[in-house]
Design a protein around this ligand. Structure first.
Ligand code: NAP
Length: 205
């Protein structure tokens, strides 16, 4: 009798500052989960923003908001991996660490804004990256995709990039910070639990 094939776990890793997290990010995670048949999506808040820069949240604050926003979805998880690193963190190191945590029978998908994906592919060991993950670049409608084609021509051997267009990404963290600063309503643009956290901690004002 043939041995049953082992199930491959498909893991999405969604990188971003999440300052603050909003429905565009949550819709992105859910769309990627469905389209790429992911078992789980791990939100990975970046560690890089300076802790006490005025007008921005701390690393811990961004992590807490991401936890609140994802709490009700059992397919979503949040990682402290990057916020706990002292040095600037590169996606390749994050992917290596996640690969180490999970068994052989898993497949990784790194999901981030299209500009970030371009940056990763053009800067940091693009040929080695494909050994760790597939890439999903998320874009707002109307984003110029020509640069992806150019990069592929300049650097043969870079990983294949899947493009995911998310209309809900017309919501942006930059615009939300501005709206909060100006006292405008942000209701229905991000979860109520995150709005409460922002108010309680006097963020962005
Ligand atoms: P960011 O400052 O949060 O985002 C830049 C732009 O992309 C913003 O317009 C943002 O919209 C959008 N975006 C980012 N992440 C998104 C997501 N997950 N879903 C939807 N839209 C998203 O982030 P970043 O600095 O570009 O970094 C994104 C990821 O790429 C991080 O995981 C970072 O570590 C990684 N990265 C790695 C390298 C490297 O290894 N060399 C270089 C650059 C970036 P909002 O402002 O509305 O979120």
């Amino acid at each position: 009798m043939e041995a049953a094939a082992e199930k491959i776990t498909r893991i999405g890793v969604l990188g971003g500052s999440f300052d603050p997290i909003h429905y565009g990010h949550l819709v992105t995670a859910e769309s990627a989960r469905v389209q790429f048949e992911l078992d789980t999506v791990i939100f990975m808040p970046t560690g890089k923003s300076p802790t006490e820069k005025p007008g921005f949240a701390t690393k811990e604050g961004r992590y807490q908001m991401t936890l609140l926003a994802t709490a009700e979805n059992h397919n979503f998880a949040v990682s402290r991996l990057e916020i706990e690193r002292q040095q600037p963190s590169y996606t390749i190191d994050t992917l290596k660490a996640i690969r180490k945590e999970h068994d052989e029978n898993s497949e990784l998908f790194f999901i981030a804004g299209a500009d970030a994906v371009l940056e990763i592919l053009s800067w940091k060991d693009p040929e080695r990256l494909s050994g760790y993950a597939q890439f999903i670049a998320v874009t707002r409608p109307g984003y110029e995709l020509k640069r992806f084609q150019e990069i592929r021509e300049e650097k043969p051997g870079i990983p294949n990039v899947n493009i995911l267009e998310i209309p809900a990404l017309t919501i942006s963290s930059t615009d939300l910070r501005r709206r909060i600063k100006e006292g405008l309503s942000v209701r229905y643009l991000l979860p109520d639990s995150v709005i409460e956290y922002v108010k309680r901690n006097g963020l962005y004002s």
